[in-house]
Design a protein around this ligand. Structure first.
Ligand code: MD3
Ligand code: FE
Length: 202
């Protein structure tokens, strides 16, 4: 049996196929307003393999100047579109927080994309959980402890899965080791989408 770190709640198959399709429709509208772009590593400017966009009052961005939340798309300069109602409802149903999410980061992985082990520390409110939704191809997700060297555990995330990261796990190191191409028919051209709903400020 796989034991998850404290504060991690994995809900396999929370969203059925119909719900996943409706979410993809919502996301197509979001990406029409706020196109996916490729963020870059601070200092080096090396592009990330994951493409990103956001919806909500704030969005997470990365460029040579650093990592931060800001209220506009870094390429188009326009405000992020609102978080779709369907996502707001999922947050209300599952987060245990009465306040609405302020940011929804949209990550898109092609077959080769990955995300190295990192902590999410650019928010100033760690009391709310992060709610993650996986759509499309499966991935191998890894999570460790709050110190970089501590042991990690890996598990597969499938389309329709939700993960809540709260409490002790909110500052845990985590990453995406690999995508399993062609494991889902949800996205016509394949790939994986991860959505994270977050509180940013207190
Ligand atoms: C554990 N995204 O956007 S989602 C990220 O699948 C990010 O795209 C990954 O890491 C993805 O920052 C993982 C699950 C996740 C999200 C936020 C966390 C796990 C987390 C915050 C703290 C601890
Ligand atoms: Fe993260």
């Amino acid at each position: 049996m796989l034991v998850l770190p404290k504060g991690v709640r994995h809900i396999p198959g929370h969203l059925d196929r119909g719900e996943q399709e409706l979410l993809v429709q919502d996301l197509r509208a979001v990406v029409g307003q706020a196109p996916l772009y490729r963020p870059e590593m601070p200092r080096t400017g090396k592009p990330l393999s994951v493409r990103m966009t956001n919806c909500g009052e704030l969005g997470w961005v990365a460029d040579k100047a650093g990592y931060r939340y800001q209220d506009r798309h870094p390429v188009t300069g326009t405000p992020w579109p609102p978080i779709p109602d369907r996502l707001m409802t999922i947050w209300t149903d599952l987060s245990g927080d009465t306040r609405p999410p302020q940011a929804c980061l949209v990550n898109f992985y092609d077959a080769k994309a990955r995300m190295g082990l990192h902590q999410d520390k650019d928010e100033s409110d760690f009391s709310a959980p992060v709610l993650s939704i996986s759509l499309g191809d499966a991935c191998l997700f890894r999570i460790g402890g709050v110190e970089r060297g501590s042991p990690t555990r890996s598990f597969r995330l499938e389309s329709g899965d939700i993960v809540l990261l709260g409490g002790e796990s909110r500052l845990a190191f985590h990453g995406v080791d690999r995508i399993y191409p062609t494991t889902s028919t949800l996205l016509k051209d394949g790939g994986r989408i991860n959505l994270t709903l977050r509180r940013v400020n207190t």
